[in-house]
Design a protein around this ligand. Sequence first.
Ligand code: URA
Ligand code: SF4
Length: 204
Amino acid sequence: LAKAMDTAPAGSLTALRQQARDCRACDLWRPATQTVFGEGPADARIVVIGEQPGDQEDLAGKPFVGPAGKLFNQAMEEAGVSRAAVYVTNTVKHFKFEPRGKRRLHKRANAEEQAACRPWLAAEIERIQPDALVCLGAMAAQAVFGASFRLMAQRGEWITLPGGRKAMATVHPSYLLRLPGEEERAEAYAAFVRDLGLMRDLLM
Ligand code: URA
Ligand code: SF4
């Protein structure tokens, strides 16, 4: 993130959002409907970072409104953290997919696309100046902590970044939706809620 910030676009958060609509820094903009920029208060104390928009986010132009978003909302509510109080964004701002008949199958953004999009995330953080970052899933965690970060070993605890900001990583809600066993899913969901609950102290 620090490196990307050198090339971060200038201007207010609103100006940034406008600029991101016309981004052509990688090819993902081409088949996608629109840039899905972050959403939330410009003075939020916490920035929550997901991976990339899905089908519904692409159509709505807002982050976390599809199935993963619904699960995230539910978990935030159970954790006692107001989604409206935090700024929610993604590591990559365009939906990546493979057409399959009438459906659009989600594809993971590759390292090059993640790197191309990094200045937008860096600039959002730069404008907002939050106290803390919360990463949902490995893509966001590696953007924030570096490629050597191991999610399952280091999740669920605040780690102080160089410069003093706190950051924490937890699983991605899509991971919970994919878990096959009901018991396993319930356990993983409870751990997710527990991790999200770490935000409460920072918002009081
Ligand atoms: N998954 C994400 O990582 N981000 C979204 O906005 C939606 C689903
Ligand atoms: Fe630009 Fe990011 Fe979209 Fe690529 S994914 S075109 S870098 S906004």
